[in-house]
Design a protein around this ligand. Sequence first.
Ligand SMILES: [Zn+2]
Length: 739
Amino acid sequence: MHVNTFTEALVSSLFLLLLLVLESSRSSVVSASSVVSPPQHNNNNNEAERDEERSWFLHPTDPRRRRRRLRTATTLDHCLLVLKLIDYEDHEKDDDVWVCEFPAAVAREELDGRDFLELTLPPAVLEKFHPISGTSILTIRKEDEDEDDEDGVGGVAYVEEALDTHDLSLYIPEHAHAAIGIEILEETHPRHYKARQRRRTEQQQQQHQQTHRRTQSTGQKSVLVVKVVDSTGVASPRANTLYDDWFNDPLSFKSGYEGCSKNQVQIEPANNGDDQIVQGILTVSIDLVAATTDGSSNAMINAAVNAARVALQIDDLSSAFDYVAVCQPVSGDWLAFAYANSYLSFYNGRWCNSVSTQMHEIGHNMGFGHSGRGDNSYGDRSSMMGYSYDNDDGPKMCFNAAKNYQLQWYNRQKATFDPLANLNTSRKFTMNGVDEYKVSGDTNEKLITLRLLLSGDTFIRENENSNFGNFGPDYYIGFNDAKGVNEGTLEGRNQILLFRKNEGGPDRYGTSTLLIALDVGKGVNINNWKGSSTVVTVLFESLTNNGRDANISIRTEDPNNPPTSSTTPQPAASPIRSPTASPVMPPTRSPTPRQTSQPTAVPTARPCFYDGNTTPNGGSLIGPTLTCVCQDGNWINCNENSNPEPTLPPAPSPTPKPTPVCKNSKDIVYVNKKGKKKKCNWVKTGKTLKIRKKRCISKKYRYLDKLIKENCPKACGEFAEKGICKNLFVSPFGKNKNK
Ligand SMILES: [Zn+2]
């Protein structure tokens, strides 16, 4: 509900009209006339003519590049923003970048078949809009005459081409940043990723005469694996076992997804009747040498995808296959990458055979962010969205409680609990591992994933004047039963795991963090729930039913608002009101339950779990959002570190302004077009007072929506006579230089 009402207000009808015109030229069914021609690197007449028409000119400073202006008011002034998540072997390097996806027809006409262009833009410029991969459209308006626009060129963006690699990118100069806008598509819009999935669903239902309902993440999924051979004949070293590793091994991508989804997903090797596709694998050749090319670059990506299009004579591969996985020859130290809420994933050499990598990258396609632990964004080893493993046939595991909630696979056994709506209660839940999920029959109210509602249903705006923002954080609880499809989970085995997903609410892209793993008898307190005085306690009470049922309780206790006995009868297990200084975890009510199915190797009294920098006992925990103390194996006194309060609706009365503080920010306050980061001392380095003033007040130098004078009141006061501290002004440069 929230998404629709919000987006409807945003999408202008003019804009929709423009896109619809565009879409009408795009056909989802292949026709011979819509075949992409391969990029021609030799200059034949046609290409020369096209170049002429497109008005290429040499880059003003770099002779190895040429550029042309993005055409306004035609097809090239907007594109679908897609998040490219690149995983490296050295995870320090991991990177998320935004790329622009153009419709296939536009890519063919204007961009030599390249439909994904990398954006040359500081991330902060986009991030203030909180774009959503596969949903947000980047628009570049022609800017009005702007007094700060020294060059007088307005909001212009360029397509740039590297003359050696023929790689294309989208370059938006700094002075055009203010002309950037974001439109959020409605789910019904043809370019929205959900509409793309719906088209595939309808197509499949026609083909298979299916009538039963499918969701975006259930039903039959057709997967095309593209084996890429470079111009020297080199392919991925393990290309001959791709079929087995994707579709046929006891643990393959196919059996992994089918197992974790309890067969609600059926993975089909691509088979569209084209005999070039053998057992789901298409082999293509590209005109590049992999060893000397960065395989995660657009040049390799576009060469491979274009080669597949040409071979199959399919303009838009997403119209024919649900997922397209591209196995590149070895190049560079990247591991794999994928587009979020999209259909394409890419693998470097042998990583195309690794089942955890396959499940991880297509997890990104399905809209999953990474799963971290502490401050390591890949550190969650209980599930597939953490690290990937260099192993074709393992580990056998699924996804974590946060992803399981986002998925449509466990809808019959997921629930949300709102602690603030259940004050001073103790509620019991029985948690099951994913292997126990029941696609039919009685679930006996057992849950695969439980959400503790924090702010995930609240749209939190960037600021009160902004239409942009994201849904807030929630906690998730799951029982990581190391059984069946999840028997190989690498950490938190047979424990209750607590996660936090920091943004995106329950249904949208967002990273998750593993906070705590609990053994039977252990628990965790979260104080100051949502900034209130409420303490939420999660206790793993017992393990029954041969180790399959993890029985937990969630207690909410508000010392400032104790239960009033006059109003409602108290639950039988009324909360114990104890002084805060006392040990937070109550003793278990009964002797520790027998763990009949537990492997004996697991110690019964495992200390609090944390392998970061602190001592295991008596130390403190954990990650960016929760701080606890470990005492006698229990996490106690946990505090939420961040409680983003919804700024919606805008406060009726203006909040009192803080008294001016003449203190400079120590952070970066501006990033110039070359990507150079500036701090407050940059103000002082302006040669004239005019330049210094401009730096302080011009919106051209905004960063993260703040003017420099807001971040650097002291520097702007002292050196530019601007802002709330302009009384500090003493010209250090002498009067003569003020002009
Ligand atoms: Zn990843």
